[in-house]
Write a protein that binds this ligand. Structure first.
Ligand code: ADP
Ligand code: FBP
Ligand code: MG
Length: 343
C-alpha cells in the first residue's frame, strides 16, 4: 500500500514527530510505501508529492514545523479541487490512502472527502486545544510552556518598573493557552473568549495588586471580546483565506487599564513564537503515538476515522465527533482560576 501524509492549517510543534512515527511504523510494521503530499490539500490538487523513505525522517521528532509544508487551501472551493479530481490524482500517483493531519477546518474537509469516497483517516492537531473528541492535541503543551517562560520574564521587568504587564496569547475561539499559561505563571487576571469579564473588574484586580507593591500580570487570549464589541479585534484585517487575523486586544487592554488605574502598562504579543520551534517531550510522545496509531487505521481501512487521546489511551473516533463544536474552557475551570485573581 502507498500512503500519503499531508499537513494542513496552522503549523504546530509535533507535526514532524507525527510524520516520523507514521513513516517508521508504516514501513516497519505494515510494509507501506510512504509519501508526503506537499502543502496540505494543495499537493493533492497539484499532484505535488515527495517520497518519504526511512532516511527522510531521521532525527525529526524533536524539530518544529512540518517538512512537507502546510497551507489553508480549500479542498472543494479551489480550482482543480473536489473529490473526483482528487480521486483521479490519487490513482495517477498510485496513492491508496491519505492521512490528513490538521485542525477542525482540515478535519471538516477530510470528513467530507471521506464521505465522498476518498480513503482518508485523520490526525487532530492544534495549539489551541479546541478540538472535541480528543483530550489533548499536540502543540498545546509546547505553546503553554513557551507562553509561561515569556510571562516569567514579563514579571521581572514589570516588577522592576512597577508596571502592569499585559501578555496577549493565541486562542481564536477558546482560552486554553491563556488559562494554563496564566495559572502556571501566577497571573493576576486571565481574559478568555468564553467569559466576557468587564474591564472595571480587571482594573480592580490590577489596582489591588499594585497597591500591595506588586507588578500586575494580565493574560489575554487573542479571541477575547472586549466590552462594547461583538467580535474579537483583528487589527491586521483578513488573511488570504478570508478569515480575520486576530490581534490587538493586548494593546487595547493595556490602554484601558492604564486609563482606569493610573498604573503604567505595557502589552506584549507572543504571536507565532508560540507555534514555532521544538515540541516539548510531552508533545513528542503524543505526536509519536498519534502517528503510529494512524497507520493502524490505514491498515484496517477505517476511512473517516481519526486518532484521539482518551486519558492515557490512543483511541479512534469518527472524524465527525471532532466537528460537533469546539472544546471550550468550562466555566468551572475559569472560576477555579479566578479565585486567585487580584489579591
Ligand atoms: N467545512 C470545511 N470543509 C472543507 N474544508 C474546510 C472547511 N473548513 C475549513 N476548511 C479548509 O481547511 C483549511 C484549514 O482550516 P483552518 O481552520 O485554517 O486550520 P485547521 O485545520 O488547523 O483548523 C481552511 O483554510 C479551509 O481551506
Ligand atoms: O497567523 P495564522 O497562520 O493565520 O494563524 C493564526 C491562528 O492559528 C492558530 O495558531 C491555530 O489555529 P488553527 O489550528 O485553526 O490553524 C490560532 O491560535 C491563531 O488564531
Ligand atoms: Mg482551525
Amino acid at each position: 500500500m502507498r500512503v500519503g501524509l499531508l499537513t494542513s492549517g496552522g503549523d504546530c510543534p509535533g507535526l514532524n514527530a507525527v510524520i516520523r512515527a507514521a513513516v517508521l511504523n508504516g514501513i516497519k510494521t505494515y510494509d507501506f510505501e510512504m509519501v508526503g503530499i506537499r502543502n496540505g490539500w494543495a499537493g493533492l490538487i497539484d499532484k505535488d508529492v515527495v517520497e518519504l523513505p526511512r532516511q527522510a525522517v531521521r532525527g525529526l521528532s524533536g524539530t518544529g514545523g512540518t517538512i512537507i509544508g502546510t497551507s489553508r487551501t480549500h479542498p472543494y472551493d479551489t480550482a482543480g479541487g473536489g473529490p473526483e479530481n482528487m480521486k483521479r490524482n490519487l490513482e495517477e500517483m498510485g496513492i491508496d490512502a491519505v492521512v490528513a493531519i490538521g485542525g477542525e477546518g482540515t478535519l471538516a474537509g477530510a470528513n467530507r472527502l471521506a464521505k465522498d469516497g476518498l480513503p482518508i483517516v485523520g490526525v487532530p492537531k492544534t495549539i489551541d486545544n479546541d478540538l472535541m473528541a480528543t483530550d489533548y492535541t499536540f502543540g498545546f503543551d509546547t505553546a503553554v510552556q513557551i507562553a509561561t517562560d515569556a510571562m516569567d520574564r514579563l514579571r521581572t521587568t514589570g516588577e522592576s518598573h512597577h508596571r502592569c504587564m499585559v501578555a496577549e496569547v493565541m486562542g481564536r475561539h477558546v482560552g486554553w493557552i491563556a488559562l494554563h499559561s496564566g495559572m502556571a505563571s501566577g497571573a493576576h487576571a486571565i481574559l478568555i473568549p468564553e467569559v466576557r469579564t468587564p474591564m472595571s473588574q480587571v482594573a480592580e484586580w490590577v489596582k489591588q495588586v499594585h497597591d500591595k507593591g506588586r507588578s500586575p500580570l494580565v493574560v489575554v487570549a487573542e479571541g477575547f471580546v472586549p466590552e462594547g464589541q461583538d467580535d474579537p479585534l483583528a487589527a491586521a484585517g483578513n488573511a488570504k483565506d478570508g478569515r480575520p487575523r486576530l490581534g490587538g486586544i493586548g494593546d487595547w487592554v493595556a490602554r484601558e487599564l492604564e486609563e482606569a488605574t493610573g498604573v503604567e502598562s505595557r502589552a506584549t504579543v507572543l504571536g507565532h513564537i508560540q507555534r514555532g520551534g521544538d515540541p516539548s517531550a510531552t508533545d513528542r510522545v503524543l505526536s509519536t503515538r498519534f502517528g503510529m496509531q494512524a497507520m493502524k487505521l490505514v491498515a484496517e481501512h477505517r476511512w473517516g476515522q481519526m486518532v484521539a487521546a482518551n486519558g492515557t489511551e490512543i483511541i479512534s473516533v469518527p472524524m465527525s465527533a471532532a466537528l460537533s463544536g469546539l472544546k471550550k474552557v468550562p466555566l468551572a475551570r475559569y472560576e477555579e482560576a479566578r479565585v486567585l485573581f487580584g489579591r
